[in-house]
Ligand binder design. Sequence first.
Ligand SMILES: Cc1cc2nc3c(=O)[nH]c(=O)nc-3n(C[C@H](O)[C@H](O)[C@H](O)COP(=O)(O)O)c2cc1C
Length: 394
Amino acid sequence: MGEKLFTRGKIAGLSLKNRVIRAGCFEGMCQGGQVTDALIDHHRRVARGGVAMTTVAYCSVSHDGRAFEHELWMRDEITVALKKMTDTIHAEGAAASIQLGHSGFFTSRSVIGKRPLGASAKWCTFTMSYCGEMTEADIGEKVQDFVNAAVLAKESGFDAVEIHSGHGYLLSQFLSPWTNKRKDGFGGNLENRMRFPVMVIEAVRRSLGRDYPILVKMNQTDGMPGGITLTDAVVIAKAYEKAGASALIPSAGFTSKVPFLMLRGNLPVKEMSNNQKKLVNRIGLKLFGRFMVPEHQYESMFLFEGAKKIREAVGIPVIYIGGVESKTDMTKALDSGFDFVQIGRATLQDPDFVKKIESGEITQTKCDHCNRCVAAMDAGGVYCVSNERGFLKV
Ligand SMILES: Cc1cc2nc3c(=O)[nH]c(=O)nc-3n(C[C@H](O)[C@H](O)[C@H](O)COP(=O)(O)O)c2cc1C
């Protein structure tokens, strides 16, 4: 037991040095949509810490897919800086992946300079705005945006791309009946609701070639009434495999409705409200945060049972994510047929987490899932707040 953890593994044509990948954790370090030195240093540090591959978190495929001013969007002008980042990661002995997505109905009007568009017209409490419904021409344009972004990522030296089809982002908004009320061929039954995400994966596969790794992060459940269920997710997983996905990452949750389902643990309401620019939002979140944002109890490996159902449904590698906090957890996932694990908070708390597990220096993370790192990412850049306050010693 446990032999697999520090052996090489493959995703499509990519051979990775071990079975641990840093999960996409929004860094909040792309002020003005730029690749900053802070972002590069962050991933240098993660890569040095022993993961086989690090994931640059949410990069919008287009300017109109951003929810925050400090979010990256893919374009020609940043490829030189991205190449510097992938070179830096490679020099530390790790591979580099980038998460590509679009925020759809929860994009910020003030950031994108126009009305947000989603699967259907809908009010979004998260942004306090009303979005319009995408036309078929808009959908075609977004498919092309995903293709262009993936091609630029490959040209910038990324070893893999991760398409975001979970967490209530645009592709997830099409899958979910909660956000998709369309009457055309992109709405209604699950086959129709999958059409756009499947088109994206097929088109990206055609443009990147047969062996290039395309990871897809998806939901095993949206986690609210009217959202997709595990039964839907099994069908979606099979369709994604057929469309050309190289590996699946079954997560959960819907950013605009149940954002902490993917994380579990403490709700950092006070810290999140302090980050709000508008006074009314600050007060609103402070007063009603606990009612607006549901809390979910943390346990290690909290997405394991659902992920196993996805594992059984497909032949491509499945990457376990959610509450991996020890060598025992990693071994449990790998021994249960998962090919890799993705880890978020344990590597934020200690970037050397994987190296220390490998050397035997530690067996368990010190992360206490206070989730204040989530608030930190919107207040200048993600870091482990507990470490800074001296609660935890790295
Ligand atoms: C600070 C922070 C930022 C995150 N940002 C993203 C993101 O940009 N994209 C994403 O898919 N998931 C994001 N996540 C979720 C993680 O990828 C992962 O699904 C979650 O943290 C559970 O894994 P863990 O228990 O190993 O932390 C974020 C998590 C944290 C803690």
